[in-house]
Design a protein around this ligand. Structure first.
Ligand code: MG
Length: 161
């Protein structure tokens, strides 16, 4: 039976001074950026892990190990493009991606259309991506403005098994 498969992805990165804030493949004006081996784009990373989960593949850390200098300062949308391509090769059709960005600051709503456009350049059509920023009401590490967390889900359809 050719059913649907769902995957979940989670990622978080710590704020740090002196780096650009990259989320969903775009630069967002802010005083701090996200620390990471790559560009720290936790939206792209969570989407990648949700896609890998739906495809039953290993997680992002196994696919792109931070010990591998090949991925140092990698653009995360390039990693996403690689993963979308892998899923396409395995015969999975992408149906829907939903995501929640948990960030006390900055306010991200104005940047959602540009994020969708940048993600579409990695091979995910804009009309199947949903991005919902929210705060954590001042609670926990995101509430203390120490970093950003993202939860993403992907729905895919296997075309062959
Ligand atoms: Mg990450």
């Amino acid at each position: 039976m050719q059913g649907l498969r769902i995957g979940i992805g989670y990622d978080s990165h710590r704020f740090t001074e002196g780096r650009k804030l990259i989320l969903g493949g775009i630069e967002i004006p802010f005083s701090k950026g996200l620390l990471g081996h790559s560009d720290g784009d936790c939206l792209s990373h969570a989407i990648i892990d949700s896609l890998l989960g739906a495809a039953g593949m290993p997680n992002i850390g196994q696919l792109f190990p931070d010990t591998d200098s090949q991925w140092k300062d990698a653009k995360s949308t390039e990693l996403l493009k690689y993963v979308v391509n892998e899923l396409n090769k395995k015969g999975f059709r992408l149906l829907w991606i939903d995501s929640v960005i948990i960030a006390e600051e900055p306010r991200l709503n104005p940047y959602i259309p540009a994020m969708k456009k940048a993600l579409s350049e990695a091979g995910i059509p804009e009309e199947i991506i949903n991005i919902k920023p929210k705060t954590n009401e001042g609670m926990g590490f995101t509430g203390r403005k120490e970093g950003i967390a993202v939860i993403a889900t992907s729905l895919v359809q296997p075309q062959k098994e």
